[in-house]
Design a protein around this ligand. Structure first.
Ligand code: SAM
Length: 206
């Protein structure tokens, strides 16, 4: 099978609509709260494969937005008989994601939360197979220990990326340093800052 055939026509349509709108917003330099801000398609596809590879039953996502990444995670989780838990702190975004997931036929697979990610992390079930963080590291940092404890051995934590030219932040910013120390300094995890088009952090619980 190749990628398009992993999605239904309805899923492909909503993914295409969201990606088109996202591109237009990025080209226009939009700073609206209600912009799509979707993962890059190659990253979303990589995560879809990681859900399949880990045979994930419990997936958590920090940063739902309009549901572009959630559809990628949920379509794979559905195939595995799994579930996706996702959070956004903007109620209108949760409502938008709900509409996207309904259009994609994936509502049954996804539980949407509207709250801060720290509260969400406390409410998450365990053991988690895969966690996507798609908002700022300083914002996520207070939830890191909770998420680490809830990941199963072999579970993956993926943090969507930052520009290649922003690498010095890991040494200079106290929140980034604390985050790095929380993973690279923990013998229970192996973490890699993975340089693709951007740099993404991929950590595995040992
Ligand atoms: C980059 S967007 C997520 C994009 C989405 N994962 C996708 O690929 O379609 C980040 C989202 O995180 C949400 N967010 C930011 N801070 C948050 C927090 N503290 N708790 C929950 N959600 C938050 C924002 O409202 C925004 O919708």
């Amino acid at each position: 099978m190749h990628f398009p055939t992993l999605f239904s026509p309805a899923q492909l349509q909503i993914l295409d609509e969201l990606k088109t709108r996202d591109l237009e917003e990025r080209q226009a330099g939009s700073t609206e709260v209600m912009r799509v801000r979707a993962l890059r398609q190659n990253v979303a596809r990589f995560l879809h494969l990681m859900v399949l590879q880990t045979r994930a039953r419990l997936v958590a996502e920090f940063g739902t937005s309009a549901g572009y990444s959630t559809i990628h995670l949920a379509a794979a989780a559905q195939r595995m008989g799994g579930r996706v838990f996702t959070v956004d702190n903007v109620p209108e975004k949760t409502a938008w994601a709900r509409r996207s997931l309904e259009a994609a036929g994936l509502s049954e697979v996804v539980e949407l939360f509207t709250c801060d990610g720290v509260e969400f992390a406390e409410a998450l079930p365990s053991p988690l197979d895969l966690v996507l963080v798609d908002y700022g590291i300083p914002t996520f940092l207070p939830a890191l220990d909770t998420v680490k404890a809830k990941l199963r051995p072999g579970g993956l934590l993926f943090v969507d990326g930052w520009g290649m030219d922003e690498e010095e932040r890991w040494e200079t910013d106290p929140d980034y340093r604390a985050f790095k120390e929380g993973l690279e300094g923990d013998p229970g995890f192996v973490a890699w800052r993975m340089p693709l088009e951007k740099v993404h952090l991929l950590a595995v619980k040992l």
